[in-house]
Ligand binder design. Sequence first.
Ligand code: ADE
Length: 224
Amino acid sequence: MKIEVLTLFPNMFACLNESVIGRALENEKFTLNVTDIREYSTDKHKKCDDYPFGGGSGMVMTPQPIFDAIAAVDPNRDCKRIFLSPKGKTLSQPLVEQLSSEENLLFLCGHYEGVDQRVIDSEIDLELSIGDYVLTGGELACMVAIDAIARYIDGVLGSSESTNEESFSNGLLEYPQYTRPQNFRGMTVPEVLLSGNHGEIDKWRYNEQIRITKEKRPDLLEEK
Ligand code: ADE
């Protein structure tokens, strides 16, 4: 997969060079190109924002640098083009999985009070939100989406990591995990996990998933 990011703050994306995603990029499991929208501004001061027509507070990102940046990085429109916005469709694990099967993704990060609507109307395939709250810009939301999507790309997770048995993988929250020591300061590990009886362990884990989901996220059970 190739991921293109368009932003006014390319340095923020240094976070993705760490940990699991950093390792995957180094091993070329997918490619990530971060483009500074400002480089495409034809304004002599490289200005990328202006006052909103109709008045109101804040600034709006102007269309010219964004149209030109998109045309430069995705000339044949072979990326699914995503704009990060609190107005978008809320990211969920099924949507993450669906996006991970795309060949190429392009993320446009907005700032200030938003971007000129003509960009969204003519250039964007999907508006995406990471939740019902407002961030100062789309960059953090974009990194959240990339992190979640990249986990589904072949070879990104190591053999000991997996998307099979984790929260949301079967619509339920994950069961509790324990490691050594068996007794830590008087707190012990559930006996069944030490039994070696895999049938009983599976049963216990499933019951724990139901119990925890009921307790923490009953809405997930209602959806089923
Ligand atoms: N930009 C600002 N807030 C956002 C959110 N909640 N999701 C995606 N992009 C955003």
